[in-house]
Structures are given as structure tokens and as C-alpha cells.
Unconditional design. Sequence first.
Length: 265
Amino acid sequence: MLQIKEISKTFNPGTVNEKKALRSLSLTLADGDFVTVIGGNGAGKSTLLNAIAGTWFVDEGKILLDDKDVTGLPEYKRAKFLGRVFQDPMNGTAATMEIEENLALAFRRGDKRTLRIGITQAERKMYREVLARLGLGLENRMTSKVGLLSGGQRQALTLLMATLKKPKVLLLDEHTAALDPKTAAKVLDTTEAIVNENHLTTLMITHNMRDAIQIGNRLIMMNNGQIIYDVAGEEKKKLTVEDLLRKFAEASGEEFANDRMMLAK
Ligand SMILES: Nc1ncnc2c1ncn2[C@@H]1O[C@H](COP(=O)(O)OP(=O)(O)O)[C@@H](O)[C@H]1O
Ligand SMILES: [Mg+2]
């Protein structure tokens, strides 16, 4: 599904601010893999997701989606195949537009048709159904402006929008980190339901080690622009937070440092 072959990215090369953010990193995701990504501050987690999304081009290496080389494809063209949700609830939705208009925009992604054509009754019915499944009552507020929603409601809506047209890969960058714990748990439940229901290949960066262990079928740990630990299946499920901290210390020779990382057991 997704093949990343020895990609490297250096920011500000040749300056005092030079930063090697990805170092010959390789990763292959199988169809339906749900991978959680953890690592310290500045490990290169967001940079990895940006490289896949095509925010800029990598310096070296190749990225293949469904065996198609997308390394030289600009971000807006890759957006057709990808779903993304970021940390900031303000990021993924248009505040001044209605809930159903936001969904309609997502539904027309990569399409020449615009909103001027109008939302059909069949579409409206589909939006109502997907919204109802969130369990937030948004199906009864389809013409409300998104700016009126809470952060958690907006993230849930962003998640719907990112997955309405089944993406080849779903990229989640600490998408629950800005939410209060209860709302975060709810959005995370929704995430699992959507990913499992649609069998989506997913990379989810999380600052919560316990979530990283419990959610998905595979976990990768990053440090210094590389993957230092990659574990799947039963072995992943059996992990503890202490195991992860020890693995990190072994592989990196450092203590795990992430000011947002939740080490809760
Ligand atoms: N656009 C950019 N310009 C310059 N430096 C960047 C840029 N994006 C990321 N970096 C640097 O690359 C390193 C990895 O960053 P990032 O991938 O955001 O880390 P994290 O694992 O915390 O998500 C950091 O040192 C960061 O400062
Ligand atoms: Mg990040």
C-alpha cells in the first residue's frame, strides 16, 4: 500500500540551522495496517507524515503509493489519495461554512465539481448517516456553521471529512492532543471505528504511550529521523509503557524526552 524507501530530508542545509529531520528512513505499510507512531520532541514524526503528504519534496529516496511512484507528485495531487487530521481543531474545517457544506467540499475532493452545483438530497442523506454515527447529535445541525462547534466536535467532523472518500492512507498527527481527556477519548473511539469499518491504512502519531500500545496493529518508535523500533501483532499488544521507555533508552542511549508525552500506565 505505502512504501517508503530510504527517504532523507534536511532543513536549512548548509546553515547554522541545518537539521537532518529524516535519515534514510524506510517503512512499508500493508493494506489495512493501523500504525501508531511515538517518539521524543523533534524525532521527525510530523516530518515523516509531511513527506508522505508531499508538503515539500524529500531530498533522497522514494515514496510509492499502491506501487505508483508519487515522490515527485505535488501535495495537491497526493491529497486525492490521502486523508489528514492535525492537532489544531481549527485546521481541517471551514468555520464560516455549514457542517453539510464542509462535508460536501470533502466529498468533492479532487473533483472539478464545486459547491455551486448544490448538495443533492442523496448526499444529504449520506451526510446525515455518517454524522449520526459520531453520536454527537450533529446530524440534527447540518446547516449550523462549523465555527459554532466545540474542538472535539470539529475534530470528529474533520475525521469524517478526511475519510469520506476512502483515502489510500490516513495520516493523523496528534489529532486528539488539543482536546480535554474525555473528548480526546471519544474522538479516539471514533477514529478506531472509522479506521476499522473502512479498513483504512493509517499512521497515527500520538503522545500517549498507552494509546499507542492499545490502538492499531503495529507501533513504530522514532528517534533522530529514524525508526528505532517497529513491533506488531501479539508482541505489540503485550507491551507496557515501561517496555517502551526501556526500548527507547536501549536504541537511542538517551532518556525519553517529550514534554507532552503521557507516560500514564
Ligand atoms: N519546515 C521546517 N523547517 C525547519 N525545520 C523543521 C521543519 N519541520 C521540522 N523541522 C525540524 O525537524 C525536526 C523534526 O521535526 P518534527 O518532525 O516536527 O518532530 P516531531 O517528531 O516532534 O513531530 C525538528 O528539529 C524540527 O525543528
Ligand atoms: Mg510533531
